[in-house]
Design a protein around this ligand. Structure first.
Ligand code: SF4
Length: 483
């Protein structure tokens, strides 16, 4: 993996594509032949911005306050991350549940002309005065980037007057169309402002366990349970973490991540800077992926034999249960939509239950994705791939056309088509490891047996698209870029 320039902009990575659509076999052939053309959408219906991923990644850090240097609208999505934070606190037995401490500078027309640095300076002082945090994170935005506010200069000028460490994060939405770039922006800031500059003495068995915000507490517990079997203990980063735990990162024996796209380059950076080895494999959803994830970290710390014994015992425990649920799901046709890590992980899950993939929506297509796509092509033959960040209009067109028995993903739009929907992006319930497989299998089977709610939705509420759109080529707005 290229790490010489850790830019935080995923488009900088070689052979990375965000806009494409077509048959999985055709896209595979084109990618392998090196003639996969960069494209763009001439019409785009919403795009998840990287700023929300930067914010969501850090929102649950203890002793932190957050200053968003943006117009007010930019923090709209923070409500979703904050709701997840509420749930996470409840699951961790926090008795007084609180909001994340967010202050927005509310850039307006006057600031756009005259600059917003004074407002930012004041907002940082207010964050210090109100919350007395150990860390104040400053998130940039399109507006602050376009007007050229010098965030570092403001941070340097305010730092002597506040006790908190002030950390600027460059997550201007226009920098990248790949929202996972927001995770990188957060990690770059952690590395530059919070990590000790030297390798700490290695703490035997300590594993940096990097996890995205969508990982539920149940999943955290399941991952920690599996690591404990190998005699390892986790430094869970960055969720519900703290300044002290972040500073322990350079003491770890090894690193791994719960998601394929989360912290991948950061782990490579930790290897370059501190010599911490890392395992970058898959999201542990489904038997194949869970085995792979566990084997990956076990190999790094010399515990492969122990891992194999454990995997055998877990298979003996869960496979009979999987066979029971499989009888209800076998042969059902599935459309999957998710972030890159989740969508391929869900595809591994349906393999356990003998389901048939007919469509897959993923935000990015690159060499890493191709490894999963190769495997899925072998299992499912030809299916449709939509390389899209959001774009609900394409999704509903495809789902209506492909008529899957079940849709796996955020069901905000496809539920209105009346088909059963479920998702693996569950911040509240188990989805990962050997225990998550059973929960998700039962959940899918229940949705298929009880489709009434979505059927009623479809009968009473319609999506805002005309029949002419459903009759059109779903990829008609994707146009190759001029060389
Ligand atoms: S940072 Fe830019 S892309 Fe993100 S919400 Fe604000 S204006 Fe939109």
């Amino acid at each position: 993996m290229a790490t010489e320039t850790y830019s935080g902009i995923r488009e900088d990575r070689p052979q990375t594509f965000n806009d494409a659509g077509g048959s999985s076999v055709d896209l595979t052939d084109r990618f392998k032949a090196g003639c996969f053309k960069a494209a763009d959408r001439t019409f785009s219906q919403g795009l998840q911005c990287q700023q929300i991923n930067s914010m969501a990644a850090l929102l649950s850090l203890e002793d932190s306050a957050f200053v968003v240097h943006a117009p007010q609208g930019c923090i709209g999505c923070a409500a979703m991350a904050n709701a997840g934070y509420h749930v996470g606190q409840a699951h961790r037995d926090v008795s007084i549940i609180r909001n994340a401490r967010i202050i927005v500078t509310n850039l307006d027309e006057q600031d756009i002309i005259l600059g917003g640095e004074r407002k930012l300076h004041e907002a940082i002082e207010v964050a210090e005065e109100h919350y007395h945090p150990k860390m104040i994170f400053v998130f940039t935005s399109c507006a602050s980037g376009i007007i050229g506010d010098d965030i570092e200069a403001v941070v340097a000028s305010v730092q002597p007057d506040v006790d908190a460490i002030v950390v600027p994060i460059h997550c201007e939405g226009f920098k990248s169309k790949i929202c996972a770039s927001g995770f990188d922006a957060a990690f770059i800031a952690i590395k530059d402002y919070l990590l000790p500059k030297k390798r700490l003495p290695t703490e035997e068995g300590l594993i940096n366990l990097f996890a995205p915000t969508s990982v539920s507490y149940k999943d955290q517990v399941e991952m920690e349970r599996m690591l404990e079997v190998l005699g390892l203990h986790a430094n869970y980063i960055p969720f519900y973490s703290s300044l002290e735990r972040i500073r322990r990162i350079p003491a770890a024996q090894a690193s791994t991540a719960i998601c394929k796209v989360f912290a991948d380059e950061f782990m490579a950076e930790l290897y370059n800077e501190y010599g911490i080895p890392f395992s970058h494999t898959v999201m542990p959803i489904g038997i194949r992926n869970t085995d792979k994830w566990l084997r990956g970290i076990a190999a790094i710390v010399g515990k492969s034999e122990k891992a194999e014994t454990y995997i055998e015992s877990e298979h003996a425990r869960v496979l009979p249960e999987i066979r029971r649920v499989r009888e209800r799901l076998q042969g059902k046709r599935v459309f999957i939509c998710g972030g890159t890590g989740r969508s391929f992980a869900a595809a591994a899950l349906i393999e356990d239950y003998g389901m048939q993939l007919v469509g897959l929506e993923t935000p990015t297509y690159n060499a890493d994705a191709q490894i999963d796509i190769d495997h899925l092509n072998e299992l499912h033959g030809d299916y449709v791939i939509d390389v899209a960040n959001m774009q609900p209009f394409e999704q509903v067109n495809l789902v209506k056309r492909l008529k899957p028995d079940v849709f796996i993903g955020v069901a905000a739009w496809t539920a209105f088509l009346g088909i059963p929907t479920t998702h693996v992006l569950d911040m509240k319930r188990p989805t990962m490891g050997y225990n998550g497989i059973l929960y998700l299998g039962d959940k899918m089977a229940e949705r298929l047996d009880n489709p009434g709610f979505n059927k009623k939705l479809a009968a009473h509420k319609h999506l805002p698209y005309k029949q002419s759109w459903y009759d059109s080529d779903p990829f008609k707005f994707i146009k190759p870029l001029e060389a």
